[in-house]
Design a protein around this ligand. Structure first.
Ligand SMILES: Cc1cc2nc3c(=O)[nH]c(=O)nc-3n(C[C@H](O)[C@H](O)[C@H](O)COP(=O)(O)OP(=O)(O)OC[C@H]3O[C@@H](n4cnc5c(N)ncnc54)[C@H](O)[C@@H]3O)c2cc1C
Length: 492
């Protein structure tokens, strides 16, 4: 019996599986699709997700498959040269198609020992005091202690739990496809430019290798209506009809690599935890893809939940730690939904929203405004409420240089970390959970800092007793007597 079953092997599920495996939790991922999909939804990672990859030693893999773009500097498509210096060592967007992100996260989960079963669709969920019973298509039943629904926007787990999903239904639908065109590139670009001036929901651009002769394009065009059954992809004919309706031409499209549809439905699960079952990623929140945040948000949900669920399974989780997943992540998603709603309004061609857009365009010349908006979209502005007034507490800490290396290099194991510039503090009693790093940094102006495994600052100061008061909040009761001798992490 695995300790945790994850329903859904998308980016959220795979990220969570890896985080759990870092702590030796037995985890089984059930994915209904027999093969990974080719559909490219997300086009990239924002700085906070890039930081997460760095914190787990995965950054090189992602950099090898992605392209770094300057920025991020755009809000609702208002593109401003960024004057705002973001508080991150990774102030760029990493262009990387979602199937590649999905593959890299899957490879990592497998390397760490997660069991992945493809072609296994979850059809039923029941829970009792001891665990969860999951039923699969075909009738097989599996038991685990915990279940996490990472099964996307139409999450069956969420529906079976009866968790409300309030918000706005789809009002507009778009068709998305990778198509092979015959119109010459210059002619295509000229038409696309003209159409985009009046129709904000239309776009077409090269999708292939970008080499001369590449005829593969990614195109998005509004659908005629909101389809009743959105699980069925549109036909090529439907796509051609909409291209002609909006662009006056179908660009000579003859075939599609894949076709898909998406909407502007905006909804947030009422609760992220129901007993032994959690929701994460699109299963917990859906919104239009403006700003490119959905996948990033899911990865960050998983990063928040992973160590907490591992702590519960391992037996050291303090009271309330598991519930803090909802308390911390639900408001973050609510804020993202709010931001995407605002962006949706700002791209409307109506005179009112256009006037607000012009005003915001001017306001974004102010560095503080620009930074505020971009910190929202990139996720680096997230601050959890730990009830402490120090300006760093609750925020994630950027990567900083230490005298012997970099901070993020020391976080690969997924442990908590005491960064101690005084050399006089101790985490004895919590050495299984917290690495003690004695080092200095000219980028850090507090004597010491306690970081959670997800890199958020739990405490700052230099007072041992104060530290002892804070450690149990995140790392449970002291295990004095069990601590190992390697309580101070040696940096090579
Ligand atoms: C057009 C478009 C563009 C986007 N662009 C971006 C972008 O640029 N940046 C960004 O961050 N996000 C973007 N997104 C959003 C992003 O694609 C999603 O937020 C992301 O895929 C969510 O990941 P997930 O793992 O939570 O869910 P999913 O990716 O939906 O994965 C869920 C998985 O669960 C499986 N599953 C479902 N039901 C079951 C079941 N009953 N049993 C077993 N398995 C099941 C599914 O097969 C699937 O593999 C975009 C979305 C769209 C539509």
């Amino acid at each position: 019996m695995p300790e945790v079953i994850i329903s859904g092997g998308g980016p959220t599920g795979m990220m969570l599986a890896s985080e759990l495996r870092l702590h030796d939790v037995d985890v089984l991922v059930l994915e209904k699709d027999a093969e990974p999909g080719k559909l490219v939804r997300s086009l990239g990672l924002h700085p906070r997700s890039i930081e997460i990859m760095d914190q787990r030693g995965l950054l090189d893999r992602f950099l090898a498959h992605g392209q770094q773009y300057p920025g991020p500097r755009s809000f609702a498509g208002i593109d401003k040269p960024s004057t705002a210096t973001l508080d991150t060592a990774h102030g760029y967007v990493l262009g990387i198609p979602q199937p590649v992100t999905d593959r890299l996260l899957t490879e990592r989960a497998v390397e760490l020992g997660a069991q992945i079963r493809r072609g296994h669709e979850v059809t039923g969920v029941e829970q009792d005091d001891d665990g969860v019973t999951v039923e699969l298509a075909g009738g097989a039943r599996l038991r685990s202690r915990w279940l996490v629904g990472c099964d996307g926007g139409r999450s069956l787990v969420r529906r079976l739990l009866g968790v409300g999903f309030p918000g706005e239904p789809a009002q507009t639908e778009w068709l998305l496809a990778e198509i092979e065109v015959t119109t010459p590139p210059d002619e295509l670009a000229a038409v696309a430019d003209q159409v985009r001036k009046t129709h904000k929901g239309f776009g077409i651009g090269p999708a292939g290798n970008g080499l001369p002769g590449n005829r593969l394009y990614r195109a998005v065009v509004p659908a005629a209506t909101v389809a009743e059954d959105r699980t069925t992809p549109p036909t090529l004919q439907e796509f051609q009809t909409q291209l002609r309706a909006y662009a006056g031409t179908d660009f000579g499209v003859r075939s599609a690599r894949w076709l898909s549809r998406f909407t502007d439905a905006t909804r947030l699960a009422e609760r992220y935890r129901t007993g032994r079952v959690f929701l994460a990623g699109d299963a917990a929140h859906v919104h239009p893809p403006l700003g490119g945040q959905g996948l990033n948000l899911g990865i960050q949900d998983a990063f928040n939940l992973g160590w907490k669920l591992a702590a519960e399974v391992t037996g050291w989780a303090p009271q309330g730690l598991l519930d803090s997943y909802h308390t911390e992540r639900h408001p973050v998603a609510a804020d993202v939904l709010n931001t995407t709603r605002a962006q949706s309004e700002l791209i409307s061609p109506e005179p009112g929203p256009q006037a607000v857009r012009r005003l915001l365009t001017e306001l974004m010349d102010f560095e503080d405004v620009s930074r505020f908006l971009i910190e929202k979209v990139t996720g680096i502005g997230v601050r959890y409420d730990f009830g402490d007034s120090h300006e760093l507490t609750g925020k994630r800490l950027r990567d900083i240089r230490l005298s012997r290396g970099r901070l993020y290099e020391l976080m690969h194991r997924g442990h908590g970390l005491l960064l101690d510039q005084t050399g006089e503090l101790s985490v004895a009693g919590w050495t299984d959970q917290v690495d003690h790093v004695i080092d200095v940094s000219d980028e850090l102006d507090v004597p010491a800092m306690l970081l959670r495994p997800d890199g958020h600052v739990a405490w700052t100061g230099d007072d041992q007793q104060d530290l002892l008061n804070h450690l149990p909040t995140w790392f449970g009761a002291s295990t004095t007597g069990r601590e190992n001798s390697a309580s101070v992490l040696t940096i090579p």
